[in-house]
Design a protein around this ligand. Structure first.
Ligand code: SF4
Length: 121
C-alpha cells in the first residue's frame, strides 16, 4: 500500500510516496530531495505532530487577543485538548513575545508561548 503526502519541512514541498506493508511498517520513502523528507514521512506515518497556532484572551492589553503557538510541534492527538486549555486562558497584560503561557501542556513536554507581545492599555 502506498501513502502519498507533501513534505512540509521546507517551502519546496516535495511530493512523497511512502510504501507500507499490510502491518503498516514503512518499507520505503520516495520523492524526497533530502533526509528531512524521510524523517517527516516516518513521523507522519508513526506519530504525526503539528505546530499549534491560535490566539488567547488578554485582560487589560491594547488588543483583546494575543497570538500564541506551541514552542515545538505537538502530537496531533493533543491539539484539540490544548486548544480548549488555551481558550480558557485570560492572560494579564503586559505579555512579551516568548512568554510561557502554559508550561508542559498536557504533559507533552511542549510549552505554549506568546508569539507576539501585548503591552498594557
Ligand atoms: S524533502 Fe527536503 S527538500 Fe523536499 S520539502 Fe522536505 S525538507 Fe524540503
Amino acid at each position: 500500500m502506498n501513502k502519498e503526502m507533501v513534505c512540509v519541512a521546507c517551502p519546496i514541498g516535495c511530493s512523497l510516496v511512502v510504501e507500507l506493508d499490510k502491518a503498516g511498517t514503512i518499507l520505503s520513502v520516495a520523492g524526497n530531495q533530502c533526509k528531512r523528507g524521510n524523517e517527516y514521512a516516518i513521523t507522519e506515518c508513526t506519530a504525526p505532530t503539528r505546530t499549534l497556532t491560535t490566539t488567547a484572551k488578554v485582560l487589560g492589553g491594547i488588543t483583546p487577543l494575543v497570538p500564541v503557538r506551541s514552542a515545538k510541534p505537538l502530537p496531533k492527538g493533543l491539539l484539540i485538548e490544548s486548544v480548549k486549555l488555551i481558550n480558557a486562558l485570560k492572560i494579564k497584560a503586559p505579555i512579551k513575545i516568548g512568554d510561557v503561557l502554559i508550561a508542559n501542556v498536557l504533559d507533552s513536554g511542549v510549552d505554549i508561548i506568546a508569539s507576539n507581545s501585548c503591552p498594557k492599555m
